[in-house]
Design a protein around this ligand. Structure first.
Ligand code: ZN
Length: 300
């Protein structure tokens, strides 16, 4: 009899503990970012920069673009706009894909960081007035983007100045290594990119020869037959072992050229965005640069 009572008391206590845990757990998760400085970044490069600088600090960083999604198709949802309105910092590239930002009335407390202000802009191609927004493809630019962001964050949050400097020098060293590697490593040239072309800053900075199916990264999906024929001739004449398609691409043009030439298709990472798997694994821009460095060498 006594034993039964004890068991009943223990069971009731367990139920109370379990219910208590169920009640409190979601609250703990929900409050994880409370009290932190909230940074909203639009795409992968701006997210990556904010994340690196926020290391060890009471800062939460959120990317608006979903992993794997097409940057050039992005439009903010009402939830995104609400998140931007409640952010302490908003960081974006500021190119033609992000003209939607111009329509936003920012909360006056929000620090707005526009990354194209940190580099010398280039035209997408000689026959367009449009400047190229893919500034992150060059590690040399990426260093400027990092320093620029650090300076603005340190001015807004002076108490974090020291840690921001430490974070900048740690990540800056990693990026600088790739700047050096792209200058000193022997790469396959010309680089035949059977796809859109977001690499203007990259090829100019490291003086690389290339041919691409499109002059820029606008959303064309069909290349002219003339252009495809020219690329096939280039691959055949120069006996190029590899041609390139972008990550998150349908690789249609690359397959046509590969079939006609026997060249192998390799992937170049544009860095606009990363896949869900890469995002979950915490991939940063140095991984993107490393993959491109390996893809552009004779042997991986
Ligand atoms: Zn693009």
């Amino acid at each position: 009899m006594k034993n039964k009572r004890i068991i009943r008391i223990i069971l009731v206590a367990l139920v109370i503990i379990l219910l208590g845990a169920l009640f409190f757990l979601p609250r703990i998760n929900r409050n994880e970012d409370e009290g932190k400085i909230k940074i909203i970044a639009t795409n992968f490069p701006s997210y990556d920069i904010a994340r690196a600088l926020a290391d060890e600090l009471d800062i939460s960083v959120k990317m608006l673009l979903k992993p794997g999604a097409e940057l050039h198709d992005y439009d903010p949802t009402p939830q995104d706009i609400a998140a931007i309105n409640s952010a302490d910092v908003f960081i974006y590239i500021g190119g033609e894909s992000e003209t939607w930002v111009d329509k936003i009335t920012f909360n006056e407390k929000t620090l707005v960081i526009k990354l194209i202000n940190s580099v010398d802009l280039k035209q997408e191609s000689p026959d367009t007035e449009e400047y190229d927004e893919h500034i992150w493809t060059s590690p040399a630019n990426y260093l400027n983007m990092l320093s620029y962001t650090r300076a603005l964050l340190a001015r807004q949050f002076p108490e974090y100045d020291h840690q921001l400097s430490t974070n900048l020098s740690i990540y800056g060293e990693d990026i600088k290594r790739y700047d050096q590697l792209f200058r000193t490593t022997k790469l396959i040239q010309p680089i035949v990119i059977a796809d859109r072309f977001p690499f203007r800053y990259f090829v100019d900075e490291y003086r690389l020869q290339y041919s691409a199916a499109f002059p820029g990264c606008a959303e064309q999906t069909e290349a002219s037959t003339e252009t495809v024929a020219e690329l096939i001739t280039t691959v055949k004449n120069q006996k190029l072992p590899y041609i390139y398609a972008l990550d998150l691409s349908n690789s249609k043009i690359a397959r046509t050229i590969a079939d006609a030439t026997g060249a192998e298709i390799r992937t170049l990472y544009s860095g606009h965005n990363i896949s869900q798997d890469d995002f979950s694994a915490g991939v940063d821009m140095t991984v993107i640069y490393q993959r491109n460095l390996e893809a552009l060498q004779e042997t991986k």
